[in-house]
Design a binder for this molecule. Sequence first.
Ligand SMILES: Cc1ncc(COP(=O)(O)O)c(C=O)c1O
Length: 387
Amino acid sequence: MSAGDLVWVELDAGAPGHNLAELRRAAGGSPLVCAVIKSNAYGHGLLETARLLPDADWFGVNSLDEGLALRAAGEKRPILILGHVPLSRLREAVSGDLRMTTYNFEMLEALKTCVSGASSSPVRLHLKVETGTGRQGIPPRDVRRFAEAVRSCPGVELEGLSTHFANIEDTLNHSYAESQLDLFNGAIGDLGDLRPPVVHTACTAAAILFPETSFDMIRAGIGIYGLWPSRETFLSARMSGRPVPDLRPVLSWKTRLVQIKDLPEGSFVGYGCSFRTMRPTRIGVLPVGYYDGYDRALGNAAHVLIRGRRAPVVGRVCMNLCMVDVTDLPDPVLEEEVVLLGRSGDECVSAETMAAWAGTINYEIVTRINPSLPRRIAGGDGEGRPS
Ligand SMILES: Cc1ncc(COP(=O)(O)O)c(C=O)c1O
């Protein structure tokens, strides 16, 4: 048994494609879908997830290195870098045929030195408009000037125009998102004949709730992984009267019992002696800790699933280990499977449940699963693709 057999992530081969189709339908049926697989595909595994999405039209990544990793693996589809590309590395993005998000004139200047007029394919940029998120983007009033500057830059093309909503997941009141959309539409109006062909604004919540934000392409992340952006998004979707997408979680996270031991009543468990047994207690030790992304806040708060039964996490979560109470489990077996996240029998620990225990959101729970843990495909054609 290798180290990877002790803690691993399992991906349901059919779920990403199913979710993508559901989101495309919710978004009005026809937009391109850019599957946002940044940050190791929200913890699901960059290359594994890309292979499970044969119907994705584009991919969205955060960094140049993620884009290059996809190209090195043979990915031919358009890839848009959503994050910042260091000016000193623009040439790598150009030679990798990676689309870049742009939001400053300095990038245009720097590109002039690395674009060869002889190159057959242009450098394709997506201009981000600041409509109220207060992060990347140029103000709407500068959009036309930027588009003109790109036009005068040989070998560079303005392919896309985008923005990102600040307050669409966390509320049932979408007036702020509507005001962002108004500003964005104003910028499109100012561009007139310089409107680029790929306009995109919609994250998962926008695509589900407001098809008018879909434009030419949606940028869907969390929904691709079968997770709802928030409870408010789910409620808003239910209240909208429109069809509610059926999202199927993609990821399970599993480990094994590596020690089973009996402790007398009154024994302490773990650092800080934060848990004390109140009865003779059978403890199961799991080889997973906060290094793996199992949040320290889960100590004395979470439960895991073993053979469809709940076993509470007792004591603090350590760096590489944690302990569970298996007293009520009939005959626990050394190295038997333990579900940290996902289904076992009739029980389920969802990313939302774990997020509530840890005081965070489902996005963070899955994204922080250590990238070094193996991602295995369950189902599919045996080659890591959906069947
Ligand atoms: C620029 C951008 N677009 C799209 C997304 C996808 O958002 P979601 O995961 O809510 O679909 C993100 C996610 O953070 C993002 O930063």
